[in-house]
Design a protein. Structure first.
Length: 304
């Protein structure tokens, strides 16, 4: 049974604040870590993200995870896919392996009772970006069609645009969604995750308030705020427009505490879950729960 949190109140809280937690020791252990750090929502990997091969998920483990989530009263759990997956790849073999990998991610999420799998849309490599965007969209749509009996869906994550990574503009993600939406049966199973570090590094301002308002207006006009299901709350080690993806503790980077206060208190974002992917390591280089506890407490204070 999950441990009682000493971090901060979770039960009864209307706002959803959580973190990505490790599944080391077994999937239910991630729930223990979420409770310990004061989360009321959670993100996990459901598998080893550095290998293509994955053992089938034991139904008993899946049942234990679902029970742990229910007992901990977590309001939302999302999964994040393997970074090996690239549905935009120009290499047909890698692309097919990526689509099959997305199918596995969706199947595992569905068995675990997880409604969304967050994915990076992939990298263009030497391809024309418009071609790569179409390949990414068609690959995602193919994975969704192959899992049409499942409830779990895909959240396309905004990216920093590092290298040839797709998804650093709202227009590119909107183009993917529009292409996937041509199959009306798929529309309800694909939406968006916004990463604060990524959009900032991609060039979108998050402060002052007028600038954040404009960024959200752009998002709404191109993608639609109704499709924003999760926010990854990460400060940035690098400056706005750097296109470098380096996460920092809340208030400890170039985005800054004032911008996060605007984000968590913004009326258009108050129903969207905020999930940390901030650094977890302590001074000794080992994961320290105090970091997540501190970041979550700060987000909650800024939201009041």
């Amino acid at each position: 049974m999950p441990r009682v949190s000493t971090a901060s109140p979770r039960a009864g809280s209307a706002r959803l604040f959580g973190a990505h937690h490790s599944i080391a020791g077994g999937l239910p252990k991630a729930v223990d870590r979420a409770v310990e750090t004061g989360c009321n929502c959670l993100q996990v990997f459901t598998r080893n993200i550095n290998q293509w091969a994955v053992k089938p998920l034991d139904p008993e483990v899946a049942a234990a995870f679902r029970q742990a989530v229910a007992e901990a009263d977590l309001k939302l759990v999302v999964a994040h896919n393997s970074y090996l997956i690239n549905p935009a790849s120009a290499d047909d073999s890698l692309r097919e392996k990526s689509i099959a990998g997305l199918v596995i991610e969706l199947e595992r999420a569905d068995l675990l009772g997880i409604p969304w799998v967050v994915i990076h849309p992939g990298a263009a490599g030497e391809q024309d970006r418009a071609v790569a965007v179409r390949r990414a969209a068609d690959g995602i749509a193919d994975a969704l069609r192959r899992t049409k009996t499942l409830r779990s869906g895909i959240l396309i994550e905004t990216t920093a645009g590092q290298g040839s990574c797709l998804g650093d503009t709202f227009e590119e993600i909107a183009a993917m969604l529009k292409r996937i939406d041509r199959a009306k049966t798929l529309r309800g199973r694909v939406a968006v995750c916004l990463d604060t570090c990524h959009v900032f590094a991609a060039g979108y301002p998050l402060s002052p308030k007028a600038a954040l308002d404009d960024t959200l207006r752009q998002f709404d006009a191109t993608i639609g705020l109704s499709r924003l299901k999760v926010i990854h709350a990460n400060d940035s080690k690098r400056e706005q427009g750097s296109h470098v993806d380096r996460h920092e503790a809340i208030g400890g980077g170039k985005i800054g505490r004032a911008a996060f206060k605007l984000l968590v208190s913004h009326p258009k974002l108050k129903t969207v879950p905020f999930i940390l992917e901030t650094p977890k390591e302590g001074a000794d280089g080992k994961p320290d729960p105090a970091n997540d506890i501190r970041n979550l407490r700060l987000l909650r204070r800024l939201a009041t």
